[in-house]
Design a protein around this ligand. Structure first.
Ligand SMILES: Cc1cc2nc3c(=O)[nH]c(=O)nc-3n(C[C@H](O)[C@H](O)[C@H](O)COP(=O)(O)O)c2cc1C
Length: 130
């Protein structure tokens, strides 16, 4: 299996990556299930951070679609490695609503990242507001 973590910037007019989440969720949920892809999509301000993992073929197909998706730009790959076990058992996404406190958000993130390697956690923490 292959695991990729990347970040990118939304191209939406509002400049908020979370505004794209409903459409992405609709497309990605069913599709990832069929493709054997699991992961975590995180939106904060104008940035996306996504960890995806699954069979090599599904992963190359998904990366090609992501690279051609005009809803984001400046896709930068942070991690691209071969794994024997999944770090994310489910396909989920997380984003902070403007009304949610950073502490409450941090609690939710901590639950989702339980059992994930320190290196992977570091990438998600790096995107968090101070
Ligand atoms: C930030 C971001 C994350 C996405 N994550 C996924 C994903 O995990 N799985 C997926 O199938 N599509 C995901 N998409 C959507 C794909 O880029 C693509 O639009 C979708 O797979 C449909 O592709 P198609 O129209 O070529 O069939 C994501 C798009 C963005 C902008």
């Amino acid at each position: 299996m292959r695991q990729i973590i990347y970040r990118s910037i939304t191209t939406s007019e509002s400049g908020r990556a979370a505004d794209d989440i409903p459409d992405i969720v609709r497309e990605a949920t069913a599709r990832n299930g069929l493709d054997g892809i699991t992961g975590l999509l995180y939106a904060e301000e104008d940035a996306f951070l996504q960890a995806i993992e699954g069979p090599a073929d599904s992963m190359s197909d998904l990366m090609e679609r992501l690279e051609n998706d005009a809803r984001h730009r400046d896709l930068t790959i942070l991690v691209d490695r071969s794994i024997t076990e999944r770090e994310f058992g489910d396909w989920t996404m997380i984003y902070r609503d403007r009304r949610e406190s950073i502490d409450a958000f941090d609690d939710r993130l901590r639950v989702l990242l339980a059992g994930v390697s320190d290196e992977t956690v570091r990438h998600f923490r790096a995107l968090q507001p101070a």
